[in-house]
Design a protein around this ligand. Structure first.
Ligand SMILES: Cc1cc2nc3c(=O)[nH]c(=O)nc-3n(C[C@H](O)[C@H](O)[C@H](O)COP(=O)(O)O)c2cc1C
Length: 168
């Protein structure tokens, strides 16, 4: 069985897009299918009728989502669709220099999606830009075990199980 997922990219200066491309390559190498959509001009309907998503976003301002993610985030907040058919993961880019708002862009999406009934697979990957590591390399390694967890979650969904989020 292979995954088919959509990577939604929130970015200001392109890092999250680069990360998404490396993750897409790693997923395709592992036999999965992944498409990338920039969050620009998207609204809550992107999650209809459900499926597997990966949120890949940076953080700006005072722990805000980037400009190109604002409309999607606001649409989810105002329309509050039922996302119980959505399973997702989160790659959150940030910088620990902003210690009070570290990676909050990705964490805000996580909180909102969970509130709306979506199920998160695994833990959030948080990358610190001040660490000296390359987020695209970290993410390309992280995505392989994440995809294994996501396949278990997909199997459970197909089997009609309604257990809590698959996480470790
Ligand atoms: C003006 C500015 C504000 C930022 N604010 C935060 C923040 O509040 N929290 C955080 O964790 N990172 C913050 N960052 C760091 C970025 O999220 C990080 O560098 C990220 O890798 C950028 O990814 P992008 O190129 O996809 O936008 C900020 C960076 C800049 C330049």
């Amino acid at each position: 069985m292979a995954l088919s997922l959509t990577i939604l990219v929130g970015t200001m200066t392109g890092t999250a897009d680069l990360v998404a491309q490396e993750v897409q390559t790693a997923l395709e190498t592992a036999g999965h299918a992944a498409s990338i959509r920039m969050m620009d001009d998207l609204d809550a309907s992107v999650f209809h009728p459900g499926g597997m998503f990966l949120i890949c976003t940076s953080t700006y301002g005072q722990g805000d989502v980037p400009d190109n993610a604002q409309a999607l985030y606001a649409s989810l907040e105002s329309e509050r669709p039922d996302l119980s058919a959505v399973t997702y993961g989160v790659i959150a880019l940030g910088d620990l220099t902003y210690k009070d708002t570290f990676c909050e862009g990705g964490m805000r999406f996580d909180t909102l999606l969970t509130e709306l009934g979506a199920r998160r697979v695994g833990e959030i990957l948080k990358h610190d830009a001040s660490s000296g590591t390359l987020p695209e390399e970290i993410a390309a390694q992280w995505i392989v075990p994440w995809a294994e967890l996501a396949m278990v979650a997909s199997t459970d969904t197909l089997a009609g199980k309604t257990t809590d989020a698959v996480s470790e």
